[in-house]
Design a protein. Structure first.
Length: 367
């Protein structure tokens, strides 16, 4: 004889010669000839390997001890155990032993993806992810929502849930922050046939998140082309020197061109401007040579002015000293002070001018 033990968290199904007889409570059982016991856990739906659920439910005693839930093709059952959320059940028929734990079910229609307001976000967050789509929209974003590839509505920032049913749910995000568009390395001929490369930048913000997806194809590419055409239009009218002198005018021209078409692109053009103008190597070398020559000429002018000023100062000093003997003596003393800072002793004679002798000492000549 075989002994079978059924715990408090289990129930047993007794079979005799393959036929279901009754449900068994927790305890010890001895199997006699022709009998078998199938042990089932209480926290799982009743699923016998030896008998169909419908056959088991024909037993009135067992049927009175279980909670039954039937879920249709377009339904989802939210499963509660002792008042607490336990999980979710999809299409099918389920039975749970209900004599220890209380099993309850809430049927939800998922024929449309919209989640009923009676189901809280906290409840949805605890359900298995296979039951729903979760869309997280950042503070600086909007999300376009589509059911079966048809636009439905615009979602604001936050967390949004939609049922996974027969309807396909898609979404995409729109960044509503200020966005930068860079146009780099555009090679354009000036009016005097010089090929230059221009780097341009424009800042914009999307104003209509719906129309920018439904009424225009690839708005960024179209804005890029519009800016390129505006640059070519302006640069083709002017010579290189004029362009280099009036970069602000070029920025203003392109900005106004883009601004006039912002309704076509469903954006607000905030600002635009030229970042760089890159010249060909030979032109750049020529301009550097011209610049160096200009700086040298300016340096020469400054040197000449300083020389003239120095000469005038010397002439004025000599004139004053010639007219004022006291000033002449003061100049002698100034020379003596300067010499004493550099030598230990000086020998002078009284046969010649002292100032002349001191000058010779200062210049390194022997006295």
């Amino acid at each position: 004889m075989k002994k079978i033990i059924i715990t408090e968290k289990q129930r047993g199904l007794l079979f005799k010669n393959g036929k279901f007889i009754k449900m068994l409570e927790a305890g010890k059982y001895l199997l006699t000839c022709g009998k078998s016991i199938e042990v089932l856990p209480l926290d799982q739906p009743i699923a016998s390997k030896n008998c169909a659920l419908e056959t088991l439910l024909e037993n009135k005693e067992l049927a009175s001890r279980v909670a039954i839930c039937e879920v249709g093709d377009t339904e989802l059952a939210i499963h509660y155990v002792n008042g607490k959320l336990f999980g979710a059940l999809k299409t099918g028929k389920y039975a749970y032993f209900n004599d220890v734990d209380k099993h309850e079910f809430k049927l939800v229609d998922i024929s449309t993806p919209e989640v009923d307001e009676s189901i809280s976000t906290a409840t949805l967050a605890k359900l298995p992810p296979l039951c729903y789509y979760k869309i997280e929209v950042a503070e600086y974003e909007k999300a376009r929502l589509y059911f079966d590839r048809k636009f439905v509505k615009l979602l604001d920032s936050g967390i949004h849930y939609f049922w996974k049913g027969t309807t396909k749910v898609d979404f995409d995000f729109v960044d509503t922050r200020l966005t930068q568009m860079d146009i780099t390395g555009q090679e354009i001929l000036t009016a005097d046939k010089v090929s230059i490369r221009v780097n341009f930048v424009a800042n914009y913000r999307i104003t209509d998140c719906i129309k920018i997806a439904t009424e225009i194809d690839n708005f960024e590419e179209q804005m890029h082309v519009a800016a390129q055409l505006a640059l070519r239009e302006y640069i083709g009218k002017y010579k290189l020197d004029e362009i280099l002198e009036n970069k602000d005018e070029m920025s203003k021209f392109v900005f106004e061109k883009l601004k006039s078409r912002e309704n076509d692109f469903f954006v607000n053009i905030v600002d635009a401007g030229v970042k760089d103008i890159i010249l060909p190597g030979e032109i750049r070398d020529i301009m550097n040579t011209v610049l160096v020559a200009e700086k040298r000429a300016q340096a020469n002018v400054i040197t000449r002015r300083e020389e003239v000023a120095s000469t005038r100062s010397l002439l004025n000093t000599a004139k004053l000293m010639d007219e004022n003997k006291t000033l002449y003596k003061l100049k002698e003393l100034e020379y003596v002070e300067r010499i004493c800072e550099n030598v230990g002793s000086i020998s002078l004679n009284g046969n010649s001018n002292i100032l002349a002798q001191l000058t010779q000492v200062l210049n390194g000549n022997n006295v």
